[in-house]
Design a protein. Sequence first.
Length: 189
Amino acid sequence: MAAKTEAKEAAPESAAPAAQADAPKASGGFRAWLPAILALVLSPAACWAVAQFVLLPKLEARLAGGATQPASHPAPASSHGKRAGEGGESVENYEFKDVVVNLAGTMGTRYLKCSFVVTGAEPGIKTAFDAQKAQLTDLTLNVLSSLTLADLEEPGSKNVLRERLVATYNQTLGRRVAEQVYFSDFVVQ
């Protein structure tokens, strides 16, 4: 009889570890990992959606600078140095052709050659730039020759250069004349 009592007592104890072993499998497993799996699967889609529908429209609007047309589709320049805008209004341009400068830190072995158009919000940009052509050309050369090769290899370096040129022109002219810079030629040799 003592053997039966020991067997009865041993049976509940051996059943308890088996139930405890099954408990983690039931509460863990796939359900425990489901939030982590969903986060890994859905995060690329969420990143794409934010970039496509939030960041890119804001960036395009900022680069356009309030212009009447999106920056990604500028209107072709006419032979008179003007760009047609909406509603019959026109925007004047001033063109810098074949500007060549040595890059800083290269000891004259590397250079930048670029051509670009400066657009203005008001009709007097061509007159204002013609009146101070020598000074604005010198400032352009100073801004471009201060660039290093590493500066030009940075992502978004052309956008930074555009902003620097527009700010320099407007500061020199004493009012907001230049609005945007569009590069038509940009070669680093």
